[in-house]
Design a binder for this molecule. Structure first.
Ligand code: GDP
Ligand code: MG
Length: 209
């Protein structure tokens, strides 16, 4: 087993409103995407911490922003999923407000936008990507459940989803992963390490000012 790149995430808190978000501004890696896309599974598999985030067989269950802390160095945030058909309009509005509040809190933040590789790109995902871009949020696209694709279809699926996303998504910002097979993680690890290094350089720089 290769050496770990990151320590294990420890569960920190679940916030159900903006007032409950942590006050300290550690860099945050936010996992966002539709309900059932595999956010919690990704967190467990990618950070090699089985069971730390709850994987649900019933979609639409995560109603809170779940915070994990890694090495007192950064937060991993499991965001509530969007787009679950069986929730009421009221609940959808609450989701939108809560996500809006979450992104309003000024933080060094990198969003991993998870998209299910098994399906054609959904409008909600294109819209979410657009919304992030308009707010100037940095994000990477992580295509999940690649184990469900035939090897020969993978490149095409990746290309099609990329083509459906708003302008400005670079090919090197799109990753294909499987949390079941634990594949596709290495490239994301490298990107996260690079981003975290940038954040600590930035902190050092602002401290000197
Ligand atoms: N085949 C496959 N299934 C996955 C993968 N990741 C998650 N799942 C399944 O997708 C469902 C939803 O996963 P979950 O992590 O709870 O999604 P979340 O709602 O986005 O947090 C569960 O049944 C998982 O077992 C994957 O990489 N491959
Ligand atoms: Mg979840």
């Amino acid at each position: 087993m290769p050496e770990r790149t990151f320590g294990k995430p420890n569960y920190l808190l679940s916030a159900r409103d903006a007032a409950s978000l942590p006050k300290n501004a550690l860099p945050e890696i936010a996992l966002a995407g539709r309900s059932n896309v595999g956010k919690s599974s990704f967190l467990n598999a990618f950070f090699r911490a089985p069971g730390v985030a709850k994987v649900s067989a019933a979609p639409g269950k995560t109603r809170a922003v779940n915070y994990f802390v890694v090495e007192d160095r950064f937060h991993v945030v499991d965001l509530p999923g969007f787009g679950y058909a069986k929730v009421s309009h009221k609940e959808r509005d609450l989701w939108a407000k809560f996500i809006g509040d979450y992104y309003d809190a000024p933080r060094p933040r990198l969003t991993l936008h998870l998209i299910d590789a098994r399906h054609p790109l959904q409008a909600l995902d294109a819209d979410f990507r657009q919304w992030l871009a308009e707010r100037g949020e940095r994000s990477l696209v992580v295509l999940t459940k690649s184990d469900k694709l035939k090897q020969k279809d993978r490149a095409r699926v990746e290309r099609d989803i990329l083509a459906g996303l708003p302008d400005g998504v670079a090919k090197e910002d799109v990753f294909l992963v499987s949390s079941v097979k634990k594949t596709g993680f290495r490239e994301i690890e490298k990107r996260l390490v690079r981003w975290l290094d940038e954040q600590s350089d930035e902190r050092k720089r602002t401290r000197r000012l």
